[in-house]
Design a protein. Structure first.
Lengths: 250, 250
């Protein structure tokens, strides 16, 4: 058995999300089908981040196992074969490498980085349609950044957690939460070992409230401390969210 | 009569180009229809750059005239009404202002800036599909930049001109031609008072030859001096090209 680790970029707009579902094409299943087409093997492709429908990835990581032996495929062949079979999809494999047998894309991950892009202007997006959250009302990015700092560190993030979240505990450690503006675009960068389901989108939806002045900066902390999802802001739409990278010890 | 000057962003992928055509929806006609819908006036919307099918604009400029008088519309109303009627299109009006009666988007322009984006990696684009030229073979951006400098200044650009170009003279002054790499992306920036038809795309296609080592750096100058379109490289595809801005004296 050889374990392959792959680095994946995709436009989430055409998929029901990373994870296999009954209601449409998932990124996971599409890659599993591509593996089958060139290897004849029915494998499970395990991803580091289970991105929702519409969420993009610039650096998703996944792993799967293929047979060892005299006909074993090398990583370069796997990379090229995957991209050849994904040609008509909005999924690209950026890299493939042989990994240790105990490497696990999800459980071995030490840090995940997400980016949430807001196009903050009245006219709707054109070249970035489906790739940003369009917010017409002017947002104060500095106030958003200051308010965001209350969330950095180890906290119970129940207020920023989907009711569908399956994590055993709502306690997570947020290593970074940075809000910056560049022209009409506001970027929210978040990094943590792991995130709760919808955590970044719930944070983005709450930060928008601070940005538009509906919330004072201190209300971000109050929302966190309430440990009540209904107190925080709405979940921001998926099209602004990108899984940027997943980091491991190696 | 009031002359309005508008700033326009569009995704060129869904249009036959800026200019009105019989074979599909042009950006020009789409905006003219929007003007008609809110004003009842059939106007000509004159654009600064006649971008081809598939070419994007981040800052196209155009002008049109509406009736003066007691019911005259102000620029804010024009801006909002245009965007309301363009809601289902991939065209956004970023700004509208009243201009002098002798302002002409095309003839008054003092400088046009274009950007050509190349995604330079083996895997195809996903989130940037339709927004970059995908070139698999590794390109040497520094060599491209050095070779590009032979084109800066006043020259006969016959070698980089479409056979359909209607300009009176092939002599143009290129103020800037810069090639930079950032990660997997190579950006070609070009600025001039005006360009010949397909000039930036023909230059991009030729610079690619330098980047992949098929041409020496000096062959860029030789191609220019040949004054023969067949000597230069092929015209790069439209999806990598962006009309970034148009500058005027004011």
């Amino acid at each position: 058995m050889i374990r392959f680790r792959i680095l994946i970029e995709y436009d989430g707009g055409e998929y029901v999300g990373w994870q296999r579902q009954t209601n449409g094409n998932s990124v996971q299943e599409t890659i599993e089908d591509a593996v089958f087409e060139f290897s004849g093997a029915r494998v499970t492709v395990e991803g580091a981040g289970r991105t929702d429908a519409g969420v993009h990835a610039l650096g998703q990581v996944a792993h799967f196992d293929l047979d060892d032996g005299p006909d074993a495929l090398d990583s370069r062949t796997v990379l090229n074969a995957l991209n050849a079979h994904l040609r008509t999809e909005n999924i690209s494999i950026l890299n493939a490498a042989v990994a240790d047998g105990d490497f696990h894309s999800r459980f071995s991950a030490k840090k995940r980085r997400y980016l949430f892009r807001i196009l903050n202007r009245r006219p709707p997006p054109t070249v970035d349609k489906g790739r940003v959250w369009h917010v017409s009302q002017r947002l104060n990015a500095r106030a958003m950044h200051r308010a965001a700092q209350a969330l950095v560190g180890r906290h119970d993030f129940t207020s920023f957690r989907s009711i569908h979240c399956q994590a055993k505990t709502p306690v997570k450690t947020l290593d970074l939460l940075r809000v910056t503006r560049r022209g009409d675009e506001i970027r929210i960068e978040a990094a943590a070992r792991s995130f709760l389901h919808n955590q970044v989108r719930a944070i983005a939806g709450s930060l928008k409230r601070v940005g538009e002045g509906k919330w004072s900066e201190s209300q971000m902390r109050e929302a966190l401390e309430a440990k009540d999802r209904s107190v925080a802001g709405p979940t921001a739409p998926p099209e602004g969210l990108y899984l940027v990278s997943v980091e491991y010890d190696d």
